[in-house]
Write a protein that binds this ligand. Structure first.
Ligand code: ARG
Length: 461
């Protein structure tokens, strides 16, 4: 077992089957730059504590730089005999500096505290990329809202026509959850900035190394308070997986609407040719694949989160090899979102809305019945009665096959003496929307204010 990180107490080397199962270099090699950064920091801590002389420390940094260069240019790759990224890099260091100096770096650290730190560093870097990508989707939603300040959409509950709303209000309703994801990432970063490095395998170190120094060197905020917790906990990884899954779910809900809106029956949106796909057999087809992939990949992101939680459930303190299973799901979530979000943003930015079609459908389904009831309340009719009167008007209109706005003076009076012809003031879609000036409402001035707030929150996060 030449070059392995362990073996002296074993009479025989690992079976090929064990080696095959145990090996993680095919996914943890991506952490090599973080492992090397950890080694630089650890060399400083060893030197500060007197375990490396100044010239040894210097050679150590130079050797690590040489290895980093070879990792970056692809000339250094893990060998099939390497168990993981840590072993492969120690091998490379020994090849570079000789066993005497190269063999000194492992003092006072374990792969357990290393890997727990490296995953955090990786996630912190990718959280920045994902935040930027989420912001692109928010920007696309905001730009569409700005481009359609007056357009009306039939607002729905239970997917049934409910009340008319501004299209901008609806688009901004999809932006707010994404703003909260940005805020979640900021909040997550507080907990992610803890460095388990120096905790050793589980119990801490006897060597008097400075974990503050290592944390600082790695761009983290502080060392872990507890070496067992530092090496065993993965809640920070699971929380990150939750934020990615939730982001997938947020955009999947809009994706579902785009898929519906893009049907012939709805006809609310047209997708740009560059952001839609065709069929291999049906020449006429133009499909909303980005939206469908967003919906599909949200399932995958949820799976990564649930898989990770299932791995953690029942793991005793401290490190267990099961923890190696934390990386593939969360790396997959990162890769998935980093590909999905830019495509989704592009599709949203290039949607064309058929605002005439949406406006035409908005009054259908008696969507102004609530306005009639609220108008009656303003005439001092108790809401309970107002609801009954408006409901009775809907029933009469429905049986005659007409809309509320078509009801004659006679029909209004027949339904209730409270329904004077002045009720027609509120029987316009534009008037209805404009009158919803309560906090968070769909009146154009409220929606514009809300948009300013949305932009400010997204930029602060
Ligand atoms: N490859 C492991 C992981 O990803 C780290 C190595 C810990 N191995 C061990 N035998 N303690 O979690």
């Amino acid at each position: 077992n030449e070059g392995a990180l362990w073996g002296a107490r074993f009479a025989s080397g690992p079976s090929p089957e064990l080696a095959e199962l145990s090996r993680s270099t095919h996914f943890d090699w991506i952490l090599a730059p973080y492992d090397i950064a950890g080694s630089h920091a650890h060399a400083k801590a060893l030197a500060a504590a007197g375990y490396l002389k100044p010239d040894e420390e210097q050679q150590m940094h130079a050797g690590l730089d040489a290895i980093a260069q070879r990792v970056a240019d692809g000339s250094l790759l893990p060998a099939p005999s390497d168990e993981d990224v840590h072993g492969a890099l120690e091998q490379a260091l020994i090849a570079e500096l000789g066993p005497e100096l190269g063999g000194r770096l492992r003092a006072g650290r374990s792969r357990n505290d290393q890997i727990a730190t490296l995953v955090r560093m990786y996630l912190i870097d990718h959280a920045k990329v994902i935040a930027r990508d989420i912001l692109r989707v928010i920007d696309a939603l905001v730009a569409q809202a700005e481009a359609h300040p007056e357009a009306i959409l039939p607002g729905r509950t239970h997917l049934q026509h409910a009340q008319p709303v501004l299209l901008a209000h609806h688009l901004q309703a999809h932006a707010w959850p994404l703003v909260r994801e940005l805020e979640r990432l900021v909040d997550w970063r507080v907990r992610a900035g803890v460095s388990p490095y120096g905790g050793g395998a589980l119990a801490g170190s006897t060597l008097g190394l400075d974990p503050e120094l290592v944390a600082r060197e790695l761009g983290l905020d502080r060392p872990a308070e507890n070496s067992l917790d530092g090496t065993a906990a993965r809640d920070v990884v699971a929380e990150f997986a939750f934020i990615t899954a939730m982001t997938g779910v947020d955009i999947s809900r809009f994706a579902e609407e785009i898929i519906l809106w893009n049907t012939r029956e709805f006809g609310f949106v047209t997708l740009h040719d560059s952001w839609s796909t065709g069929s291999s057999i049906m020449p006429q087809k133009k499909n909303p694949d980005i939206a469908e992939l967003a919906r599909g990949k949200s399932g995958r992101l949820i799976g990564n989160l649930s898989g990770l939680l299932a791995t953690l459930k029942g793991l005793p303190i401290a490190y267990n090899r099961d923890l190696q299973e934390d990386k593939e799901p969360v790396f997959d979530s990162v890769n998935t979102l980093e590909v999905l979000l830019p495509a989704f943003a592009g599709m949203v930015a290039t949607l064309t809305f058929d605002t005439a079609r949406m406006a035409e459908l908005a009054p259908q389904g008696f969507s102004l019945a609530t306005d009639v009831a609220e108008w009656l309340v303003k005439q001092r009719v108790p809401f309970r009665d107002a609801h009954e009167i408006s409901g009775a008007l809907v029933k009469s209109c429905e049986s005659q096959g007409i809309g509320l706005e078509d009801a004659s003076d006679e029909l209004l009076a027949q339904v209730s003496p409270h329904l004077t012809p002045e009720v027609r003031e509120v029987l316009s879609i534009k008037g209805s929307v404009a009158s919803r000036t309560g906090a968070g409402g769909t009146a154009p001035i409220r929606v514009a204010e809300q948009r300013a707030e949305l932009i400010a929150r997204a930029q602060t996060a």
